[in-house]
Design a protein around this ligand. Structure first.
Ligand code: FRU
Length: 478
């Protein structure tokens, strides 16, 4: 078996060889985190350590398909400008030979602790999983310490994605799991020293006292508290779509309630989707030195069969979302693009108190920009904002917001929707092949990749009734 130094050398060669091809892709993003080559999926190990933000990510450097995952690594002082660091975790030990799967990071004194799932498969495809630890004292080089948790009785080997956090003077770890009867659950562990862990049992999901069955597997749980409210972010797999809900292959959302840490359970309400777009999954949060809860998500999702995004021809696929700050406000989980993103702003275009009626429209141009449109008044049926070949529509009568994009495979239009009582503001970030739309200060968010004709740069606002609005647009540059 090759050593991790040989494998790192192979990764370097792969990156060097394919860099010109990857860089020539017109859909390469301008201000989002992407894999240098190959496939990226979940953000991992978000943490602030010794003056830097660290974002790790699930990375297959050798293919644009899922496979044996590394932890890729980016470092930043401001959440906007990132430097690539060497891969933090390389698969290959007996307990992670088929992938260093998702996990999280915590800091104790001068030491950075990474927790991740070691994925092991035999030749027949049978799976084993181990929750593993790796440590570092410079944030760049990591030493693996091996498994700290084995799968307990009552669960299948779909047991992964440790998120570790501190609460009431103790460490806790929440994990995604599948029970032996093939139902999704989140489980909880506790520890005093991060190395010895005690199992507290199923904490939410199937088998828990106040939940029915909800999907066949839960991935990437994250437990956080905002304004005294406990929020479990989780990604259930196997949900049937219902109306506007659960339209993507896998879902990402949250439950709100109260955790009882002594008993290890969670009284919670209904599942709410975190994002209404086509491409959002596996979000993770960290609390930064400013006390903010910062979230990154994977700007992608599982796709059916062998449908491939256009970037695959250029040997890379997927990206992370922009960093977002979470806020719990009036019973809603709000997502705001972090303040620091203003540093990307270049040339500004501004329209103040513009009235639009009937056939009139307002036209601009841009491919890589930020835009804010706020409405002083709106009367009539619909408001439409066309961004390249995508269309954002608000139907005031129905109280429905729709995002429509061109499907990159069939070229047909496809849409996602949500109910919205009132549209006060659209704040969006467009990159060469992505769009993140924040409605009403982040009350609803739509995240999607968009693969328009590369020349397309038209932006048009129109209405079937009448609106008075303010519009600001900034060209964005890193
Ligand atoms: C979610 C996920 C995780 C797993 C990782 C593997 O997208 O399936 O559950 O740890 O990706 O890359």
């Amino acid at each position: 078996m090759s050593s991790s130094i040989d494998i790192l050398e192979k990764v370097n060669q792969q990156v060097k060889k394919l860099k010109p091809l990857v860089g020539s892709d017109p859909y390469r993003l301008h201000y989002h985190l992407m894999p240098p080559v190959g496939l990226l999926n979940d953000p991992n190990g978000l943490v602030y350590y010794k003056g830097n933000y660290h974002v790790f990510y699930q990375w297959n450097p050798f293919e644009t398909t899922h496979g044996s995952k590394f932890w890729g690594h980016y470092v930043s002082t401001d959440l906007v400008h990132w430097k690539e660091a060497p891969p933090a975790l390389v698969p290959g030990d007996w307990y992670d030979k088929n992938g260093c799967y998702s996990g999280s990071a915590v800091v104790v004194g001068d030491t950075l602790y990474l927790f991740y799932t070691g994925n092991v498969k035999d030749q027949k495809g049978n799976r084993e999983s181990y929750q593993c630890l790796a440590v570092s004292d410079d944030g760049i080089h990591f030493k693996k310490k091996g498994p700290v948790i084995h799968v307990p009785d009552g669960y299948t080997a779909h047991f992964r994605d440790p998120k570790v956090f501190r609460k009431n003077g103790k460490w806790y770890m929440v994990l995604g799991a599948q029970t032996k009867n093939k139902a999704g659950a989140a489980v909880l562990y506790t520890s005093d020293n991060l190395e010895e862990w005690s199992f507290l049992g199923t904490f939410a999901g199937s088998g828990h006292r106040n939940a029915g069955e909800f999907g066949y597997m839960w991935e990437c749980p994250d437990l956080l508290e905002l304004n005294g409210t406990d929020i479990l972010l989780v990604c259930p797999q196997g949900m049937d779509s219902q109306g506007f809900q659960y339209q993507n292959t896998y879902q990402s959302g949250y439950f709100v309630g109260k955790v009882n840490y002594a008993e290890g359970n969670f009284d919670h309400g209904q599942f709410v989707e975190l994002d209404r777009g086509f491409d959002f999954y596996a979000p993770q949060t960290t609390i930064d030195p400013k006390g903010r809860t910062i979230l990154f998500g994977w700007m992608g999702n599982a796709v059916e069969g062998d449908i491939q995004e256009p970037t695959v021809k250029y040997e890379w696929i997927h990206a992370l979302t922009l960093p977002r700050e979470l806020e719990w406000k009036e019973g809603k989980l709000m997502q705001h693009p972090v303040e620091e993103l203003k540093r990307l702003r270049g040339k500004e275009t501004r329209y103040k108190d513009v009235n639009l009626k009937g056939e009139q429209q307002l036209s601009l141009r841009g491919q890589v920009f930020e835009m804010k449109v706020s409405f002083n008044s709106m009367e009539g049926e619909t408001l439409t904002l066309q961004v390249g070949e995508s269309k954002l529509t608000y139907d005031q009568h129905e109280g429905v917001f729709t995002f429509q994009r061109k499907n990159y495979y069939t070229s047909q239009q496809e849409s996602r929707h949500c109910y919205l009582q009132d549209l006060k503001e659209i704040h969006l970030f467009k990159d060469t092949s992505s769009i993140e739309i924040f409605l009403n200060d982040g009350e609803e968010v739509f995240t999607s990749r968009v693969f328009d004709d590369v020349q397309t740069d038209e932006i048009v606002v129109l209405t079937s009734g009448s609106v008075e609005m303010n519009l600001q647009k900034w060209d964005l540059h890193r």
